[in-house]
Ligand binder design. Structure first.
Ligand SMILES: Nc1ncnc2c1ncn2[C@@H]1O[C@H](COP(=O)(O)OP(=O)(O)O)[C@@H](O)[C@H]1O
Ligand SMILES: [Mg+2]
Length: 350
């Protein structure tokens, strides 16, 4: 190997591949090849490889993170939509982006399934609607016949006929309630919204029920902390408070108490009006609060009272139409039903 002097003075060590060969005359032949540059190249290639792998790993991690976030976002969106649909907003659909990827396909399939479920539900609703609709006419005719028989009958059979008339009236009112609920829920009856005084409307209903409360020696009171106006369908809201007061009087024993309070909740934000109807009856167990809003659901202990189990379903349909909500609370003893309705900003009342 040939080493330059300058290299020797700088004392730089170079790697070399050498071949040592003994020669005759006690001589040694040392043959060497400087492989320092090859070593350096090897180092460079190794470093480049490590850097390359590190960059690939980093890019992979960043890419994976971005893909992961967008996947989670898409799944969250699907979850959120399905949760809202599960809570009763059946018209909602999972949004698609037209990207033809797996998520779009999943969203399309979910939406098709929801459309199919909706169609089946509408079919069932139409059947019950048609039954209610078609049976009303023969029932009304039957009622007419019974009335004319009652007129020409003796005292003894008149009582039986009167009972038959009562049963016919109950059936007719059940069919009418079914049709009314269906109209409100399907959107066929959108309501005739006017600006009205809520406290006046509630007072009118309370006044209407005072004689019935007096008959049962029930103390019925109404209180409001301020005048409240609201955009609503007068007849529908009248029906709501009629049904609620009818229940309160029906399910409260003699000499009980019923109070109706109108107040404002959330004074600082989008004002809501709250109407609380509290009675001192036996109330509804917490586990059945939601169930009593379903059509025909009646508590076992109340089955001997007159009714069809549709009153609260109609209340629920009307309150939903008015963008309000219903809460049930224990009144210790009795039931407290709270109706929350959005307040109107318009101050002129019709
Ligand atoms: N104020 C109340 N106190 C106790 N139970 C009530 C009250 N209001 C309603 N309920 C229960 O909820 C059921 C459903 O009410 P509703 O739909 O009005 O039907 P109904 O025709 O039986 O009055 C009733 O059958 C009764 O068991
Ligand atoms: Mg009722």
């Amino acid at each position: 190997m040939y080493l330059s002097l300058s290299n020797i003075t700088q004392q730089k060590n170079h790697s070399a591949r050498t071949l040592v060969m003994p020669l005759p005359g006690n001589l040694i032949l040392l043959n060497g090849l400087d492989i320092e540059s090859a070593h350096q190249q090897e180092h460079m290639i190794f470093n480049s490889l490590i850097t390359g792998i590190a960059i690939i790993l980093l890019l992979g991690a960043i890419g994976g993170f971005i893909i992961g976030i967008s996947t989670i976002k898409k799944i969250n969106l699907i979850n959120e939509t399905i949760r809202e649909i599960g809570q009763g907003n059946l018209s909602l659909r999972v949004p698609t982006r037209g990207s033809d990827d797996d998520y779009d396909l999943l969203a399309i399939n979910i939406n098709q399934m929801l459309d199919q479920i909706n169609k089946l539900m509408q079919g069932i609703q139409n059947i019950s609607n048609n039954i209610a609709h078609d049976l009303r006419t023969p029932l009304t005719r039957l009622r007419g016949h019974l009335e004319s028989i009652e007129k020409n009958s003796d005292n003894e059979s008149a009582n039986d006929i009167r009972e038959a008339l009562l049963e016919t009236d109950n059936l007719l009112s059940t069919f009418n309630a079914m049709l009314r609920i269906n109209k409100v829920e399907s959107g066929a009856n959108k309501g005739h919204f006017t600006h009205l005084s809520l406290d006046r409307l509630v007072s009118d209903v309370v006044e209407f029920y005072e004689p019935l409360a007096e008959d049962k020696e029930i103390n019925l009171s109404v209180k409001t902390d301020a005048p409240y106006s609201i955009d609503a369908d007068r007849d529908m809201l009248f029906q709501v408070f009629t049904n609620l007061l009818d229940n309160a009087i029906k399910y409260t024993p003699k000499q009980g108490n019923i109070s109706v309070d109108i107040c404002c909740i959330n004074k600082n934000s989008t004002d809501n009006i709250r109407i609380e109807i509290a009675d001192s009856g036996i109330g509804i167990p917490e586990g059945e609060h939601k169930k009593v809003l379903e059509p025909f659901y009646r508590l076992e202990k109340h089955r001997d009272h007159q009714g069809n189990g549709l009153g609260l379903s109609l209340v629920s349909a009307i309150i939903n139409l008015h963008k309000g909500n219903i809460e049930f609370q224990d009144n210790h003893p009795g039931l407290r039903i709270c109706i929350n309705l959005p307040r109107s900003n318009n101050s002129v009342v019709s």
